[in-house]
Design a protein around this ligand. Structure first.
Ligand code: HEC
Length: 100
């Protein structure tokens, strides 16, 4: 009986770790610069992110994080995504493309 409880706890724990990251929550802080629908040029310089393809957004965000992508203001974006892992970046891109 004890063993079964432990297995249950471990299984539930593993499932919650595997749960997809919440793209909406992860992108809440982006709206101030990019607009809630990503239709604004952030700080007057970025592309209109909602017009980008999902894989372009993923590439850009991973690149900002790695320091291998961006324009003159890439430092702003590096700070935004520095703590996001690949799965979280992909979830954000998916969320952006789900907006209409
Ligand atoms: C403080 C304002 C600010 C916030 C907050 C912000 N961004 Fe940005 N974002 C910018 C700026 C400025 C650029 C252009 C940087 C450059 O020079 O490459 C940019 C660029 C981008 C690009 C690439 C577009 C291009 O021009 O190539 C994407 C994608 C993006 N941001 C997504 C996000 C996401 C997702 C978040 C939230 C996790 C976020 N941004 C938060 C200001 C911001």
């Amino acid at each position: 009986m004890k063993k079964l409880t432990l297995v249950t706890i471990l299984t539930v724990g593993a499932l919650s770790l595997m749960a997809a990251p919440d793209g909406k929550a992860l992108s809440a802080k982006c709206a101030g610069c990019h607009g809630a629908d990503y239709g604004k040029k952030a700080l007057g310089v970025s592309k209109i992110v909602k017009d980008m393809k999902e894989d372009e957004i993923v590439k850009a965000l991973k690149g900002y994080k790695a320091g291998t992508f961006g324009g003159p203001m890439k430092g702003v974006m590096k700070g935004q995504v520095a703590n996001y892992d690949d799965a979280q970046i992909e979830a954000v891109a998916k969320y952006i493309k789900s907006l209409k």
